[in-house]
Design a protein around this ligand. Structure first.
Ligand code: SAH
Length: 223
């Protein structure tokens, strides 16, 4: 195992965020105020503020702090925003978004993770995040349209439903690509008569899977 000294949120922000050109004051302050240690397993507590993703169980990971900050900054959310996140995982990215946006809706495929994230968010007093268990490729039609959408698992395509549920003038950030190819964060900007897509950063995310049966059978090693 590797060893990293224990770091706190202040050091994390100085060494991994400000030093790498994440300068939006709202994002910096959100990164400072969310207790990342509350979202990682006890055995990784010492690594909670280190510069890397960490396992959160069921083969999933909590993203590297810099990637969370980068995606949040690229979304350009404000206190008026209604944000949809796909891939709740630990709930950390949702917590960071919730410090800036008015409301955050987040969808997680794996029920165990969705429940755990709900408990953590409640315990740290975050009330403007709503979690649903389900396939995030369907978005959350009841609450659409969203001013912003953030997908935190890599997809081979941009799901049509998500494009549909993005408001006109809205922004979506989604990692596109598969495990073997390079994945890129793609910024999608929706206007009245057009959709603009641009690659903004090479990344590496766990896959956005299509349904839970596929997810479970994969883990069991079935066909
Ligand atoms: N944002 C998370 C990290 C996400 S890891 C955090 O801050 O901790 C990616 C997550 O996407 C995993 O929890 C995985 O279970 C979930 N996921 C994968 N496919 C999905 C799908 N189709 N719908 C919803 N969630 C999905």
């Amino acid at each position: 195992m590797f060893y990293t000294e224990s770091k706190n949120a202040e050091e994390m922000v100085r060494e991994q965020i400000l030093s790498r050109d994440i300068l939006d004051p709202a994002v910096v302050s959100a990164m400072r105020s969310v207790p990342r240690h509350a979202f990682v397993n006890q055995k990784y507590a010492d690594l909670a503020y280190s510069d890397q993703p960490l396992p959160i169980g069921l083969g999933q990971t909590i993203s590297q702090p810099y990637v969370v900050a980068f995606m949040t900054q690229a979304l350009r959310i404000s206190p008026k925003s209604r944000v949809l996140e796909i891939g709740t995982g630990s709930g950390y990215q949702a917590a960071v978004l919730s410090k800036i946006a008015r409301e955050v809706y987040t969808v997680e495929l794996l029920e165990t993770l969705a429940k755990k994230a709900e408990t953590v968010l409640k315990n740290i007093g975050i009330r403007n995040v709503r979690i649903r268990q389900g396939d995030g490729r369907d978005g959350w039609p009841e609450f659409a349209p969203f001013s912003h959408i953030i997908v935190t698992a890599a997809s081979e395509d941009i799901p049509k439903e998500l494009e549909k549920q993005l408001a006109i003038g809205g922004r979506m950030i989604i990692p596109v690509g598969n495990r073997d190819r390079t994945q890129y964060l793609v910024l999608v900007q929706k206007e009245k008569d057009s959709i603009r897509k641009e690659k903004i950063l090479p990344v590496r995310f766990v896959p956005l899977v299509k349904d839970s049966s596929k997810h479970v059978s994969k883990k069991k090693g079935a066909a």
